[in-house]
Ligand binder design. Structure first.
Ligand code: DX5
Ligand code: ZN
Length: 217
């Protein structure tokens, strides 16, 4: 059966302590780290790029790194991110026309390929790439900022995919935490990104465990 995996997002943590915050999340039971890369063009915000991811990798050797590429030209960053030690490269299909080719290139660089859609993008548009991708990300907020409200209406997409693809890795991202995890679990998501709900929690370990236990039944 599919494994429940919890990938905290460090977006809203103290990024001057990126290594300490990331290590703490791994020590508290995170299954992977979700690294939000924004280019100020695909989304109206900036975060960090491959130079910082590479520095983080030098300090954390064994964690699984997923980069969530909220960028207009995802193809451009495949080689640098692979070189930085990224394990999974998840990109949005909205700004590109050659999704298959990008997935192939990501895999050629030794990474897993994730395809993501924004809340306004119909699930059918990502469905056609399931055979070439390793994971589908259904956004549950408009990408760009942490700490936004979970969009429950996006669960219809997760339900649809889970019904037709029992073994597909389906990730949710945005506003996910203890109060919204039941929704995600019931709909069939198995890869759970959680930012503020985890990094802002007084007991990170308990919160991560609660999220995982809710999903893994
Ligand atoms: C939004 C990012 C998310 C977000 C998660 O653009 O992709 O990963 O930071 O943070 P929360 O859980 O606070 O919504
Ligand atoms: Zn994200």
């Amino acid at each position: 059966s599919l494994k429940a995996l919890i990938g905290p997002s460090i977006l809203n943590s103290d990024l001057s302590k990126l290594f300490e915050e990331s290590q703490k999340l791994m020590d508290n039971g995170a299954d992977y780290l979700h690294l939000d890369v924004m280019d100020g063009h695909f989304v109206p915000n900036l975060t960090f790029g491959h130079p910082i991811v590479k520095c983080l990798r030098n300090h954390i050797k064994d964690a699984f790194f997923e980069t969530h590429m909220m960028v207009s030209r995802p193809e451009q960053w495949i080689a640098p991110m692979a070189d930085a030690g990224v394990n999974q490269y998840t990109f949005h299909i909205e700004p590109v026309t050659n999704v298959e080719e990008i997935c192939r290139k990501i895999k050629e660089h030794g990474m897993k390929a994730g395809v993501a859609i924004k809340p306004g993008t119909p699930v059918e548009e990502v469905e056609e790439y399931i055979s070439v991708a390793d994971m589908v990300l259904i956004m549950t907020v408009e990408p760009g900022f942490g700490g936004q409200k979970f969009m429950e209406d996006q669960m219809a997409k997760v339900q649809y995919l889970r019904k037709h693809y029992p073994l597909l890795n389906i990730e949710v991202d945005g506003g996910v935490g203890p109060s919204t995890i039941d929704c995600c679990a019931n709909a069939g998501a198995n890869m759970i990104v959680s930012g503020t709900a985890v990094t802002g929690s007084k007991d990170q370990m308990a919160t991560i465990k609660l999220l995982r236990d809710t999903v893994q039944t």
